[in-house]
Write a protein that binds this ligand. Structure first.
Ligand code: AMP
Ligand code: MG
Length: 267
């Protein structure tokens, strides 16, 4: 799965990354659902362990073009985890108060504490994506933010946070289909925003901005993964598999009981 990880300093041309790729799918496995149930269970028990051990902090960043599947990942991948230890932080257009501070102010407050797993649905990366594409601040301001972001993430990592960043990579054609579904399917209409159509016209600008993000901010302590996301099942499985790997590598342990339990008798 490391082939999806962007190496520090690796230049990215998104045209070279196939959003339909499914080459890491376990050999011989046919039933996506079955495989997914298994890996979901594994993720659940690792999250339980994370919570019980109360030592590590996990930050998962989700970024994508509109309709890229951020909400779908949150629903499917974190389906069975214990809500007491998992939190989703969604970053919308900043409020006036948020805008009166530096761009990381609202972000830092949402970072995970010990034993906690936090999923960023959009993130500080919006401040070098939408902000850049729409010139919401001058270039001399946003271009410094890459360094600020790297320093911020280094701080979190040095203080015990594992950071995993996923870029959900869909094609422009796939986005067209997904937007069309939002028009056609009554249960999806609430998601339709005509603003998304305006953003679609800026697809190339967003692509360049994402390429810069991936190139400048994938570090050893906070790597980006480019997830082929045209197929939901592959996207969900791959993200789960990467998370399971990362959590296993922490070698977490259940805490020792406070006293010798063998001597305790419940009457
Ligand atoms: P959604 O995630 O679909 O609910 O949309 C949230 C909207 O907030 C998107 O259009 C984002 O581009 C926008 N947004 C998030 N963060 C920022 C930011 N820092 N500056 C400007 N717009 C933002
Ligand atoms: Mg939206």
């Amino acid at each position: 799965m490391s082939k999806y990880r962007v190496k520090p300093g690796q230049k990215i041309n998104l045209n070279d990354w196939d959003p339909d790729d499914k080459s890491e799918w376990p050999e011989g496995k046919k039933e996506a659902k079955e495989v997914f149930i298994e890996i979901n269970k594994e993720l659940e028990s690792l999250q339980e362990l994370l919570y019980a051990e109360n030592k590590h902090k996990i930050l998962i960043v989700l970024q994508a073009m509109d309709t890229g599947g951020k909400d779908g990942v949150i629903r499917a991948v974190f389906d069975g985890v214990n809500p007491a230890g998992v939190r989703v932080a969604s970053f919308k257009v900043p409020t006036e108060q948020e805008l009166s501070h530096d761009f990381l102010w609202r972000i830092h407050k949402q970072a995970p504490g010990k034993g906690e797993m936090v999923i960023f649905n959009r993130s500080h990366y919006e401040d070098v994506l939408v902000v850049r594409v729409h010139n919401l601040v001058p270039q001399k301001v946003w271009e410094k933010r890459f360094e600020h972001i790297n320093n911020f993430e280094k701080l979190l990592a040095d203080e015990g946070t594992t950071i995993i960043k996923f870029f959900l990579h869909i094609s422009k054609d796939e986005q067209k289909e997904r937007l069309q579904e939002r028009l056609d399917i009554p249960e999806k209409q609430w998601k339709f925003s005509s603003g998304d159509l305006k953003e679609r016209l800026l697809w190339e600008d967003y692509s360049r901005a994402f390429e810069d993000v991936l190139y400048k901010t994938s570090t050893s302590h906070a790597p980006w993964y480019i997830i082929p996301a045209n197929r939901n099942w592959y996207r969900n499985w791959l993200i789960s598999a990467i998370l399971v790997d990362e959590l296993k590598s922490l070698k977490m342990k259940y805490p020792e009981p406070e006293e010798d339990l063998s001597k305790i008798k419940i009457v």
